[in-house]
Each structure stands twice: as C-alpha cells, then as structure tokens.
Design a protein around this ligand. Structure first.
Ligand SMILES: *Cc1c(COP(=O)(O)O)cnc(C)c1O
Length: 223
C-alpha cells in the first residue's frame, strides 16, 4: 500500500470513530487520492473548483467531495449539483448563490458558516459579532436551497496551543449559542468543522466533530 493509503488508515485509527474525517487532497495528484480511496477513504476535501471537478472525473462515483476553501459565488454552479459539504460560507451573498443553485438542481446544498477567530488578518469568515448580527436578520431562512449544518473555523497558524485552544473554545461556545437560539429544532445543524494536521487533537478536545487533515495523510504540498 502506498503512503497515502497507509497514512489515512493510521489517522482514521487515531481520530475517534465518531468524528468525521475529511482527507484534504488539494494540490496532490490523483494517484495519491486513489491510494487513499483503496485504503478506505471516501471523503476528500479540495479548495479549488477546477481541481475538484477534474479529480472527480477520475475517482469512483461514491466519493464524497467537500469544498473547504474560499469559494467565489460565480463558481458555485459547478459544484452545487453534487458537493457533499461546503465548509467555508463567509458572506450572505455566497449563501444566497448556493441556495439559488441548489434550488436549480433540486437539492439543498449542505454548508457551514465560517467564523473568523484567528489572529491573522487575511483569513476569511464572519467575526463572531457579524455572525450573530447576520443570523438575527433571519434572512438566511429564505435560502432554502442551502442547508446550514454548522460552523467551521481555522485557528491561528501558531505553535502556541493555548491560543489555538482559546479560539476553538470560542467557536464551540458560539456553536452552542447559535444552536440554542436558531437551530434548536433542526437536527441537521450539528457540525463543528475544525482541526487540521497539527492541531486536530486540540480541536477534538474542544468539541470538533469534523476534522480536515491534509499534510499528515498526503505529505507536504507543492504549491
Ligand atoms: C489545506 C487546508 C486544510 C488541511 O491542512 P493540513 O495542515 O495540511 O492538514 C484544512 N482546512 C483548510 C480550510 C485548508 O485550506
């Protein structure tokens, strides 16, 4: 078995069985995805629409494709018919477009709202205040071609695990608040997508139930 297959099995054994695992395959060749697939991995995460669609054509049809990156509204149409989860909805405009395209293909596209809690200025997402203000408008309730199923975040890119932990805990609290206030009657709102190769154990300790792991499975990326 090649490395990616072996690594995926190892990671799958380490991550508790009730926690979802997305194998982040961006920038890695199709061979590596096929090796992971043969080892049992059927959920891949990609961050560019063109790359995702090209790989989808070459992998078995039962693969679940997650879109994990920043998504431009004008590209939603290419993935709306089949994508299993869009992790990083960062504007009301993007949610509206996902809903529109979802309706056009007769489905509700599962998605997560991205919360910006990291220190870096450049990361996308709603600040916690913006998220609460947006949800309070209740306009999202009209976007019924999209199914809001939880929150996603990326922690600061730092070795300071106390900082990372504080950020994940902030999102966990926000999830509980939002769930209680707006989604108490909606069992689909259940996902907390946080944790990557270097910080997933902290994320899981802070309530993540969906981790997105790339490097640990596929090795370093060459951009
Ligand atoms: C690339 C990426 C990951 C995976 O990161 P690794 O450090 O390689 O595990 C997870 N989430 C998002 C949003 C990413 O862009």
């Amino acid at each position: 078995m090649t490395d990616a297959g072996h690594n995926w099995q190892e990671v799958r054994r380490e991550v508790p069985a009730d926690i979802g695992l997305v194998a982040v395959s961006k920038f890695h060749p199709v061979n590596a995805l096929l090796a992971a697939y043969d080892a049992g991995c059927h959920t891949f995460g990609e961050s560019r629409v063109q790359e995702l669609c090209a790989k989808r054509d070459l992998l078995p049809a039962d693969v679940e494709w997650h879109f994990i990156g920043h998504l431009q509204p004008n590209k939603v149409k290419y993935i709306a018919p089949f994508v299993s989860l869009i992790h990083a909805v960062d504007t009301p405009k993007l949610l509206a477009e996902i809903s529109k395209r979802g309706k056009q293909c007769g489905r509700r596209v599962p998605c997560l709202l991205q919360v910006h809690v990291a220190r870096e200025e450049t990361k996308f997402g709603f600040s916690p205040e913006e998220l609460l203000a947006y949800l309070a408008t209740r306009t999202w309730r009209e976007q019924d071609g999209a199914s809001i199923e939880g929150l996603m975040c990326m922690a600061s890119n730092t070795d300071d695990m106390a900082q990372v932990e504080a950020e994940f805990k902030q999102v966990a609290r926000l999830f509980d608040e939002v769930k209680g206030q707006y989604f108490a009657d909606n069992p689909a709102f259940r996902l907390r997508s946080y944790g990557m190769s270097h910080d997933w154990p902290v994320a899981v300790a802070c309530g993540s139930n969906l981790v997105r792991i790339g490097t640990r499975i596929f090795g370093e990326r060459e951009y």
